[in-house]
Write a protein that binds this ligand. Structure first.
Ligand SMILES: [Zn+2]
Length: 341
């Protein structure tokens, strides 16, 4: 099929709430609430939160100085969360050709450290999603709850229990996110992940983004996820690629995010990664990670990036899109009512 036609309907499997809300929505939220922002002018604010080839940052630096202190904080509380999630889903369908959208977030990062009741925060996310689904019946959507590698086991257990509680309302899976500080091991989560699975939730985990492949191996050998967030370092480990292919674990590759955070050093390395994964039978899809906080980082633009540099053929692009749809955690099929009722 012609590439431009392929890009008219796309699956998004990996995008975080904090970096999926458009800057103008943040601006509106901040001004409605009277928050003091690091920049007083809108365009200066956009420049401050958006990464670009001229403004790269390491993953750790971006998470610690922009993502958690600014974006998470602004998308906190029931009113902001409902608006943010609603605008994200509806904008993606209207403007970015996304027909299947899995949005992920850690509800405890959006409840002002306990000031906002967690159930209120979660219900706000679900209301935002439901409003978008009602308005756009051809959009399929779901929310993944992120556990945090820097949280205590007890905190993460609360998140899993909430995911189970709200599963029938559109929470479709759990994820492990953030970078390790101390003491995180996947092996401590074997029973909790099993509990989530038996309740019908799917499992993904950020791994193999910036570290070596040890973390990926540990992830596979303990919690055996359905998908992996990023996983690009697998391209340097033949045995690992063989294992991913054998287990049919799909990688959620986010090319521009990896370039902006220097997880991949340049186009040449990204080209190598995509082709090596493909040639070794590893299934993967293209995703954004941070669609609104990377310049020209919307999903169709990530595909454009790959196409314009001749990294993959149109047949391969079609394959990636199909792998993305097939690997979705969303239980609702095309043509069915898109509401969780
Ligand atoms: Zn991510």
């Amino acid at each position: 099929m012609e590439v431009s036609k392929l890009l008219r309907s796309l699956p998004e499997l990996h995008a975080h709430i904090g970096s999926s809300i458009a800057p103008h929505v943040y601006w509106h939220i901040a001004n409605s609430e009277g928050y003091k922002l690091p920049k007083r002018d809108y365009h200066e604010f956009v420049k401050h939160i958006v990464l670009s080839p001229d403004r790269k940052m390491s993953l750790k630096e971006y998470l610690d100085t922009i993502y958690h202190p600014i974006l998470d904080k602004l998308s906190t509380g029931a009113v902001a969360l409902e608006k943010g999630v609603y605008e994200t889903f509806s904008g993606a369908y209207r403007s970015n050709h996304i027909t299947l959208y899995e949005l992920r977030g850690n509800p405890m990062k959006h409840n002002r450290e306990g000031e906002v009741d967690l159930d209120h925060a979660i219900m706000a996310m679900l209301r935002g999603m439901e409003r978008a689904l009602l308005e756009y019946p051809k959009l399929r959507a779901g929310i993944i709850f992120c556990l945090d590698r820097q949280f205590t086991f007890k905190q993460n257990e609360v998140i899993v229990n909430k995911a189970i509680k709200y599963r029938s309302r559109g929470i479709i899976g759990i994820d492990f996110s953030n970078y390790n500080k101390t003491g995180f091991h996947f092996k401590d989560y074997i029973d909790l992940v099993a509990k989530a699975r038996s309740a019908g939730l799917k499992v993904t985990a950020h791994s193999g983004e910036t570290d070596d492949t040890n973390d990926l191996w540990e992830c596979l050998e303990t919690i055996n996820p359905d998908r992996i967030g990023h996983g690009i370092k697998a391209a340097y480990d033949k045995d690992l690629m063989h294992e991913l292919s054998k287990r049919n674990i799909v990688l959620e590759v986010c090319p521009l995010s990896n370039l902006m955070t220097k997880a991949a050093k340049d186009d040449q390395e990204m080209n190598f990664i995509l082709n090596t994964l493909f040639d070794n039978g590893v299934h993967f899809s293209l995703n954004t990670d941070w669609p609104e906080t990377i310049k020209d980082g919307h999903l169709w633009e990530q595909y454009q990036y790959v196409i314009e540099r001749n990294m993959l053929s149109s047949t391969q692009i079609e394959q990636l899109i199909n792998w993305g749809y097939d690997a979705s955690f969303i239980p609702i099929k095309t043509g069915e009512s898109n509401l969780y009722l």
